[in-house]
Design a protein around this ligand. Structure first.
Ligand code: OSB
Ligand code: MG
Length: 386
């Protein structure tokens, strides 16, 4: 169990908030990424830069990445909305709180409903600065001891089985230890069968439907049982917890929730109802890394395996995800692929790479990255001080 950041006020040093800057950056994906909810080709990413002022007057910078996509297709949040709620509501509330640390900032935003990705990005920037100011790595802060984590890759929906197989073979050659296929009705059984045939029986394989099926699809999805999948991720709409429980009874392959899990208490309920046999933990979706750790701890306590999901993050989010995924309950490979899987050039100086299918857990002070300031400046489309 990690030394979980709790809801109680911590004894960590507190800081005063200095300057805050929101940055929008434009980054092209190396290839289109298609899911059942749409196609991503270019990212429009919102970053948060904070300055924390310590009791000795020293100023430390920290960065957070908001994982909201450009459109509200994965969840209700979208990048313009996240920027708006930060500027109009969240940042003023955090400023108003006075002396803070990351957990205190999150408490100061808690009375606002929703907007977990926006809140999570602010918490993340403050956490990064707080850790840098105290010379602490995120891994030490969490009590995470594993030095590397296995690297899985998420593969978008392809128009043809042939093109899918070419893509998957490329990732096999890169050394990924687990393949995740995006699926939707019409691009599922045949695609999974062909990929299983290509990669053989020993490479872990799983699928992600991003809510594309309905309760009545149990018999259809049970056909996937023939391909020895690790899990089926989020087959039904996010609110349909009972439907997932019904499906879990009909389908042998474990049902994993992504979109449905937005808090620790909701995760506990989904598990109790039999709807969540495996949990995908994404910090942005649940309001930040501190809540993500609490969900991890809950899952460990009730014996539910977890893995770390991804949201096409840059090197900022991917570094922090790699650290999170080194907690002991993350027993399945995460969507923690190399930076080059999505981006030709990253905004950090030390992008995530994979060696023998694994990613080294960063251990530098802060969340585990350093910004490539000149590249970041070149791709900045807007900078707003808040
Ligand atoms: O459902 O896991 C998902 C990307 C964007 C939005 C939702 C999802 C994904 C992925 C990407 O599958 C995984 C990654 O970032 O490597
Ligand atoms: Mg998913």
């Amino acid at each position: 169990m990690s030394n979980a950041p709790s809801n109680a006020p911590s004894n960590a040093p507190t800081f005063t908030l200095g300057a805050i800057e929101l940055r929008r950056i434009a980054l092209a994906l190396v290839a289109p990424f298609r899911t059942s909810f749409g196609v991503e080709t270019d990212r429009d990413i919102l970053l948060v830069r904070v300055e924390l002022i310590g009791s000795d007057g020293a100023v430390t910078e920290g960065w957070g990445e908001c994982v909201a996509l450009a459109e509200p297709t994965y969840s209700p949040e979208y990048v313009d909305g996240a920027q708006h709620v930060m500027l109009s509501h969240l940042i003023p509330a955090v400023r108003n709180a006075g002396q803070i640390d990351a957990a205190g900032a999150t408490r100061a935003m808690a009375h606002f409903h929703g907007h977990p990705m926006a809140k999570g990005a602010i918490e993340m920037a403050i956490l990064d600065a707080q850790l840098r100011a105290t010379g602490t790595s995120f891994a030490d802060f969490l009590g995470a001891t594993r030095l590397t984590v296995p690297s899985g890759v998420s593969v978008g929906i392809h128009d043809t089985v042939d093109s899918l197989l070419t893509t998957v073979q490329g990732y096999m050659d890169d050394g990924y230890v687990r393949i995740k296929l995006k699926i939707e009705p019409g691009s599922d059984i045949e695609h999974v069968a062909a990929v299983r045939e290509l990669i053989g029986p020993d490479t872990p394989l799983q699928v992600d439907a991003n809510t594309a099926y309905r309760r009545t699809d149990g018999a259809h999805l049970a056909r996937l049982d023939a391909y020895d999948l690790l899990l089926i991720e989020q087959p039904l709409p996010e609110a349909d917890i009972i439907g997932h429980a019904q499906l879990a009874a009909e389908v042998e392959t474990p049902i994993c929730l992504d979109e449905s899990l937005v808090s620790t208490s909701g995760t506990a309920d989904a598990i109790a109802l039999g709807a969540c046999e495996i949990a995908n933990i994404k910090p942005g979706r649940v309001g930040g890394y501190l809540e993500a750790v609490r969900i991890h701890d809950l899952c460990v306590s009730v014996g539910i395996p977890v893995w770390c999901g991804g949201m096409l993050e840059t090197g900022i989010g991917r570094a922090a995800n790699a650290v999170l995924a080194s907690l002991p309950g993350f027993t399945l490979p995460g969507d923690i692929s190399a930076s080059t899987r999505f981006y030709a050039q990253d905004i950090v100086t030390d992008p995530i790479t994979i060696h023998d299918g694994h990613v080294t857990v960063p251990r530098s002070p802060g969340l585990g990255f350093d910004i490539d300031q000149s590249f970041l400046d070149r791709i900045t489309t807007a900078a707003i001080s808040a």
